[in-house]
Ligand binder design. Structure first.
Ligand code: SF4
Length: 462
């Protein structure tokens, strides 16, 4: 079995050069970035860097960024200026500011130009270089470079977030692969995250064993397209789930995100047959229209998607679904849009993440005529959200009076002194701290009778 910690050491080259330097990491975007930030934290810790409390306490501020939407990138650029100004206002000395993640990969050296330029740009496959680059920047003399960039994809760069840097939480993230081999025409990910490369099954199992030894009971397997996981043509995602499910002490396995094309019948059979695998499938449909799906290059048709959902409902007890939807893709007609609404009515998702189409530079869809007006995109988005609200409310009302079971995952924002609990099939309910008599804590198993609903969260009587 591969020793991933020794692999990590060899690329991190610990030297304790960062002694005394405090680093603050702000994370944007998806859970892959959350995991990467934890891995960066682990790499810097090995080299003697300390964790800062906030941007004012830090010598180095790293923004781990997302490029999926233009707005997200604008926010980061403004955030750089905002941090600089906040530090000036607080009489704090200038800090080294770096951009990591997808935006670093997409824009590279461009981020070191202009008003809000940064000192450091590090793409998704170069985090092992961060300690050395920071050490160099901190000790810069007259003749040393004042700015550094490291981008470009490498297949050898798989990072492991050490368990000690996990926040107190109920689910531990484990990235199983990175990148994506598909080329959905609207998507920037294949360009920012590179081709799909897998972490070995041995490394994944060992990483989870380490987490379980540290007290973890639940993991979320992460990847751009986890259902396409394959290790040297020998072991697919279903077989990986079977291996992970054998880990003693591990109680629950979740995963994000699957591509509908790779959600095979045998994968669903395995999911339904393993008690530890949670019955919740996040399967982005994006559009219900075959014409739009073709232009998006999504590689499935509406009926194939619906057949897959029907099969999942048969073989995975209690399964629930969530999805992503884009409205107003170039050329989307009213008829195409109605086909998307029809899918919502048929599947009855628990949750959807819906967006107006917005072009990303350099992706194939940028060449298509974006002929759906902004007003029309807004109307369609509002209609999708309204329909989903109605569908969810009808489904949720059927749960009132039933007893749900779940695991305490975090303190609830409302009401005071209450906890948020997540069921295996990803439904959320709130219980008071005194629900089971002696007070609750994260990880406790709870059951409660549902009395009502507030948005996507169920309420209980106590
Ligand atoms: S499957 Fe498509 S949408 Fe998902 S990351 Fe890959 S290219 Fe992007």
């Amino acid at each position: 079995m591969a020793d991933f910690h020794s692999e990590l050491k060899s690329i991190a080259q610990p030297s304790k050069d960062g002694q005394g330097c405090k680093v603050f990491i702000e994370t944007y975007g998806c859970q892959m970035n959350v995991y990467d930030s934890q891995a960066i934290d682990g790499l810097l810790d090995k080299d003697g860097f300390d964790r800062a409390r906030d941007v004012f306490d830090a010598d180095v501020i790293l923004l781990n960024t997302c490029s999926v939407r233009e707005l997200a990138e604008h926010k980061i650029t403004s955030r750089v200026g905002e941090i600089r100004q906040q530090r000036v206002d607080a009489d704090a000395p200038p800090a080294i500011i770096g951009i990591c993640g997808c935006m670093a990969e997409r824009l590279g050296i461009e981020l070191q130009k202009g008003k809000n330029r940064v000192d450091l740009v590090v793409g998704v496959d170069n985090y092992d270089k961060l300690p050395g680059m920071l050490t160099h920047l901190m000790g810069k003399g007259k003749n040393q470079k004042r700015r550094h960039t490291a981008t470009g994809h490498r297949t050898d760069a798989h990072y492991v977030a050490p368990p000690s840097v996990y926040p107190v939480n109920n689910s531990h993230l484990v990235t199983i692969h990175k990148g994506c081999d598909y080329k959905c025409t609207y998507c920037i990910v294949p360009y920012t995250r590179g081709p799909q490369t897998e972490k070995s099954p041995e490394a994944i199992v060992q990483e989870i064993n380490t987490l379980v030894d540290s007290g973890a009971e639940e993991v979320t397997l992460l990847g751009q397209n986890v259902t396409a996981y394959h290790w040297q043509q020998e072991l697919d995602f279903a077989a990986l789930l079977e291996s992970v499910a054998e880990i003693d002490g591990l109680k629950r396995i979740r995963f994000l995100t699957g591509h509908p094309k790779d959600m095979h019948k045998h994968t669903m059979d395995v999911i339904g047959g393993l008690d530890k695998v949670c019955p919740w499938l996040h399967l982005p449909i994006q559009s219900g229209s075959n014409a739009v799906l073709r232009r998006m290059k999504r590689l499935y048709k509406q009926d194939e998607y619906l057949n897959m959902v029907d099969y999942a409902k048969k073989v995975i007890p209690g399964v629930t679904f969530s999805t992503d939807i884009i409205v107003g893709f170039p050329g989307e007609t009213e008829e195409d849009f109605q086909a998307t609404l029809e899918v919502l009515r048929l599947v009855k998702y628990d949750q959807i993440f819906s967006f107006k189409y917005s072009v990303r530079p350099g992706v194939p869809a940028a060449k298509l005529n974006d002929n759906v007006s902004l007003d029309e995109k807004k109307r369609r988005l509002a209609e999708v959200i309204k329909l989903q609200d109605e569908i969810w409310l009808a489904e949720a009302e059927e749960q009132v009076g039933k007893t749900l079971e779940g695991i305490v995952e975090s303190a609830a924002k409302h009401p005071k002194d209450s906890w948020r609990v997540r069921t295996a099939n990803n439904r959320k309910f709130v219980v008071s701290n005194s629900h089971q008599g002696n007070g609750l804590k994260i990880g406790d198993s709870v059951s409660a009778k549902i009395t009502g609903i507030a948005s996507t969260t169920f309420l209980t009587g106590d």
